[in-house]
Design a protein around this ligand. Structure first.
Ligand code: XMP
Length: 327
């Protein structure tokens, strides 16, 4: 039985068997909905869009075109992983757009957080729409809408971020195969579809990406310092067995320099702030008790390996009063 809405008595998907049954059901439903027509999907590499991509590849193969827009604000290795998993391993039709320059040029000199978010959101739609117009005969748009998105938009908490946004000439019918699932169920389905663990169980990552972790006007060198320090943090948390245990962890590099000394010379450089928090629903958050040895290792690696950083700080502030992100 394929549901249009999540029924109150629907069994939660908690086992690989239930995940496989859901996949079979949705593969059939997508085939019936789409027939021999073409489908387009914006594939960010996040859990929801990746699971939808894998499900649709299984259902309709090369009738699906995935567009991966690299806005230049992704974490280290993310665009490469999308290409490796979907193009090389799953044989998907993948259009990879490196729009880094477009985004960073538009963001140059912009320091207001909400304006930065708006520029990133609008430019994303613009780039995706341009790619959509280049393709012929596409009638469907697939989206990684999940059940909490629908609940929140019904409650008026936030606009349903997936639906809409595209210009009117792109009038697609929606394909939303995971819309009756909760996040943990989407992960179960992703596992059953054979997606890599670090894709299925990755920590939440905001749409504006590293852009909100480079407070103030984004510059390429400071953005690179955020990306490199974030990669070191992820690597060391993984080695220490903390990946998957700590809810969200990342680095922030504010536009502020302090005096330091490197190789016997004055080094007037940025500081890198580490944030590591645990939460259930992101409304409140507690600080992770990071072991002191690991902290020392992080300080050592980040100050020696990341150009432009001479200090590392740990943000001990819970939410409230601090939000999880810095802008
Ligand atoms: P805050 O900073 O409000 O973050 O405590 C709560 C959670 O939401 C994520 N977040 C965002 N996600 N677009 C997103 O898709 C955004 O603009 C955005 N801002 C914050 C944040 O990473 C955390 O998990």
């Amino acid at each position: 039985m394929v549901y249009d809405r999540r029924p109150d008595d629907m069994e939660r998907i908690t086992t690989p068997e239930l995940a496989n049954a859901f996949i079979d059901e949705q593969v059939q439903a997508v085939k019936e909905q789409v027939g021999d027509k073409k489908v387009l999907l914006a594939l960010s590499g996040g859990v929801d869009s990746s699971v939808v991509a894998a499900l649709l590849i299984k259902a309709i193969g090369d009738q699906l075109t995935c567009v991966h827009v690299n806005h230049g604000l992704l974490r280290k290795g993310e665009p490469e992983q999308v290409i490796e998993v979907f193009q090389n391993q799953m044989n998907a039709n993948l259009v990879y757009v490196d729009a880094t320059d477009r985004f960073l040029d538009k963001l140059a000199g912009v320091d207001d957080p909400e304006t930065k978010r708006m520029i990133i959101g609008n430019e994303f739609i613009e780039v995706f729409a341009e790619e959509a117009r280049k393709l012929e005969g596409v009638e469907f748009l697939a989206q990684g809408t999940i059940w909490p998105d629908i609940l929140e938009s019904e409650d008026g908490i936030k606009a349903h971020h997936n639906a809409g946004g595209l210009p009117e000439d792109l009038n697609f019918e929606l394909v939303e195969p995971v819309k009756i699932l909760f996040k943990d169920e989407v992960r179960m389905v992703g596992d059953a579809l054979g997606l890599p663990e670090n894709m299925v169980y990755r920590q939440p990552f905001p749409g504006p990406g590293l852009g909100v972790r480079c407070p103030g006007a984004i510059t390429r060198d400071r953005l690179e310092a955020v990306r490199e320090s974030d990669a070191i943090l992820r690597e060391e948390f993984e080695k220490a067995g903390l990946a998957g245990k700590v809810w969200q962890y990342f680095t922030v590099v504010p536009d502020f320099r302090s005096t330091g000394v490197k190789d016997g010379k004055r080094a007037f450089e940025w500081m890198c702030i580490i944030r590591a928090v645990n939460t259930k629903d992101a409304m409140t958050a507690e600080i992770e008790h990071v072991p002191f040895d690991l902290m020392q290792k992080l300080v050592d690696r980040i100050t020696h390996e990341v150009p432009g950083i001479n200090r590392v700080l740990y943000d001990m502030t819970p939410k409230p009063t601090g939000t999880i992100e810095y802008e």
